[in-house]
Write a protein that binds this ligand. Structure first.
Ligand code: SAM
Ligand code: SF4
Length: 331
């Protein structure tokens, strides 16, 4: 059985958030009075493994672990190890802020986790602190170096924000020239009730591309079946790395969306922009129900997977496209 929706999109990619806790407070992601999910409502690792087994039986072949910050959850590396042991063929990736990653690089390498996304919105110490609330830029840069030395492929994701990091464009491109990384800008999305998103802060992909051409000769890289992700990638003449643009706001990629999300409290979301969710935790914890019931929910929910762009268009002004903030969804 394969997960297919009414529009013919087949789902092969699961993003699983292991925690809504984070050691940073990125201004575009968390709000001041965000309330953490109480511990008993967070899925145990065994429950997450059960969900991964079910997803794998439905031909989900790519799994991304995210958060909050996944590496701050106790026992996370054991969880990664269990996934690798029971799902050798799963394309396993992790999204992290890179602040506590360095110590885990040798173990990740040993386990064969060869691709990580690291979020980094600035190369400036003060700006880093003002975005995240913490003085951890050096820790992230050390983690990136450790990954590159270990041969782990790195994608760096920077949320593009006018008035915050747009003046660093030349430095970002220089960084991508000097390092073998995919440096990708993600358009700032208006997520959550108290989003800080405004028209003025929005730095769209077209504008970034035009401005980038002042700093480098860029050539678009053709998308292949393997690289059918949301980023439009560019090679940089004379550079070791590549530049990428992810444009969920200005030019949606809903038509080819192949993903489902499960939050750390066990809610299945079929679209990043929709708050409609399906409660899996109650099924997992009900002794009278079994994997069969979860499978059914996954299949039925997938059928109704919406087109996020339609949801985005219904919002007005600077309001959030959905009520849930990103740290509770996982990006
Ligand atoms: N803590 C990890 C990290 O920062 O990579 C994983 C979770 S974080 C929610 C996942 C991704 O969502 C990060 O790359 C982050 O930059 C991105 N993100 C969070 N809020 C966003 C927003 N409003 N617009 C665009 N991207 C956002
Ligand atoms: Fe934490 Fe990641 Fe959100 Fe920043 S983007 S607050 S690191 S979850």
């Amino acid at each position: 059985m394969t997960l297919i929706d009414k529009l013919g999109r087949s789902v092969s990619y699961l993003r699983l958030s292991v925690t809504d806790r984070c050691n940073l407070r990125c201004s575009y992601c968390v709000t001041k009075d965000f309330k953490y999910t109480p511990h008993p409502n967070i899925l145990r690792y065994e429950e997450m493994l059960q969900l991964i087994d079910i997803a794998a039986s439905l031909n989900v072949s790519k799994l991304r672990l995210t958060g909050g910050e996944p590496f701050v959850r106790l026992g996370f590396m054991d969880f990664v190890s269990s996934i690798v042991k029971s799902h050798e063929d799963m394309d396993l990736r992790i999204t992290t802020n890179g602040t506590v990653l360095e110590q885990y690089v040798p173990e990740l390498k040993r386990l064969g986790v060869s691709r990580l996304n690291i979020s980094l919105d600035t190369l400036n110490k003060e700006t880093f602190e003002s975005i995240t609330g913490c003085d951890y830029l050096e820790k992230v840069l050390s983690s990136i170096s450790a990954c590159l030395s270990a041969g782990i492929h790195i994608k760096i994701n920077a949320v593009a924000m006018k008035g915050v990091n747009d003046h660093e464009l030349g430095s970002f491109i220089e960084f991508a020239k000097e390092n073998p990384v995919d440096f990708r800008f993600i358009e700032f999305m208006p997520m959550g009730q108290d989003t800080r998103w405004t028209d003025e802060s929005f730095w769209g992909a077209d504008e970034i591309l035009e401005q980038s051409r002042q700093f480098a000769t860029l050539t678009p890289i053709k998308r292949t079946a393997e690289s059918r992700g949301p980023a439009q990638m560019f090679s940089i003449k004379g550079g070791k790395g590549k530049l990428g643009l992810i444009s969920p706001v200005s030019s949606h990629f809903c038509a080819t969306c192949n993903r489902l999300r499960i939050t750390s409290d066990g809610n299945l979301r079929t679209c990043l922009f929709s708050d409609k969710s399906y409660r899996l935790r109650e099924i997992l914890r009900n002794p009278k129900l079994s994997d069969k019931h979860i499978l059914q929910v996954l299949a039925n929910a997938t059928k109704d997977k919406p087109l996020g762009n339609n949801i985005l268009q219904t919002r007005t002004g600077s309001e959030g496209v959905c009520g849930t903030q990103m740290s509770a969804i996982g990006g």
